[in-house]
Design a protein around this ligand. Sequence first.
Ligand SMILES: Cc1cc2nc3c(=O)[nH]c(=O)nc-3n(C[C@H](O)[C@H](O)[C@H](O)COP(=O)(O)OP(=O)(O)OC[C@H]3O[C@@H](n4cnc5c(N)ncnc54)[C@H](O)[C@@H]3O)c2cc1C
Length: 419
Amino acid sequence: MIPSIGDDTRADAPIDVLIVGGGLVGGTLAVLLANAGLAVTLVDRADPAAGLDAAFDGRASAIALATHRVLAAAGLWDRLGPGASPINEIRVADAGSLLFLHYDHSDIGDAPFGYMIENRNLRRALYEAQRAARNLTVVAPATVAAMDLSGPRAALTLADGRVLAAALVVGADGRASQARALAGIRATGWTYRQTGIVCTVDHERPHGFVAHEHFLAAGPFAILPIRGEPGREEHQSSLVWTEREDLAPAVMALSDDDFLAELALRFGDFLGSLALVGPRWSYPLSLLLAERATAARFVLAGDSLHGMHPIAGQGLNMGLRDVAVLAEVLADAKRLGLDLGSPAVLEDYERGRRFDNTLMLGMTDALNRLFSNDVAPVRLARDLGLAAVNALPGLKKVFMRHAMGEAGELPRLMRGRNV
Ligand SMILES: Cc1cc2nc3c(=O)[nH]c(=O)nc-3n(C[C@H](O)[C@H](O)[C@H](O)COP(=O)(O)OP(=O)(O)OC[C@H]3O[C@@H](n4cnc5c(N)ncnc54)[C@H](O)[C@@H]3O)c2cc1C
């Protein structure tokens, strides 16, 4: 018999938390909660093994110092091996201007600002950690057909007829979230009419673990240090080249030689000669904000809740901050024997994330508007702004702590404590 939403047996299913979407955010949450003793089921429409393919995702993510502790708590850091590269300095400059902003981690301590991690390495670490987690069931590839949040337990019906019931459903299925739509949560947003072109280059001179952001008329051009092969650890960088969406297809269609020539014009020659490593990827850039983070027995986390411009490398950081707060709230509720899907528990999560996420969305949007244009008075104002921050040590230290993700009230996991 195919179970239905009304099937009584679902009330006995021992799932605490059902996560829809096993990307970097949903996958990390699943491991953390399972390791904290909650019974977790993760549903993804894709085969998790497909994410291990090098061609799946060419991006590398800048992970702030405080956020990396969430990955460490999930046991992912140790599984990355030597894959992460520290970010010890950050240089921000407007193309054609002599004014710039330079952060050096040694001005405020020994720790780096954060780390660059290739997404493919993080996916592999997640895959291994999920296989090792005892309380975690992965149902994938699987398609969700319906969701019922009206009963004493949330119920998810899969396209093959299986019904999964849990105290709480987490929608972590990305920007076009089906779970968000099924929960009746609306989202607003817009396209930036920009495309993020991503590739890896090998360069003649060492990067010295410095991250660069150049502001060009079409948008930011980021040069981010990653760890190369043994012996050439400091000779590879991941690039995010923001281009107008109408020009990006032509750039993507260039031959490797022509692409490299265009790239070199934007990159400059400070790291010597360049060579392309692997293919290029392109990502349409947009903003998205869900009107709320929760519904009855339901929460959103990661890009399904907030999709932002990669100008400050914050999308995954914010998703992992969601994870840190949600894991803390749910682990506390479990210890106290509370209903994990009760309004009081969900309210703690909503309150814990609303301000931080909205602030970061607003900041990344404003930065992109300020820097992705060539209007002379705006250029002058922003260049003076960069130089002013650079010249004011007190203010600069505040911004450096923000870059580390250390500012504000942090959940336990981001302070290096257990969930
Ligand atoms: C060019 C670029 C550079 C970036 N650089 C950085 C950076 O340096 N630092 C940073 O912090 N962030 C960065 N980001 C942002 C970051 O990549 C995203 O915020 C992050 O990957 C979002 O992860 P997620 O798990 O929430 O969503 P996703 O990665 O979209 O994962 C969603 C998951 O849900 C699954 N799914 C989708 N639909 C369904 C469905 N209907 N049913 C079941 N499963 C489903 C998918 O298969 C997938 O596994 C960058 C983004 C771009 C575009």
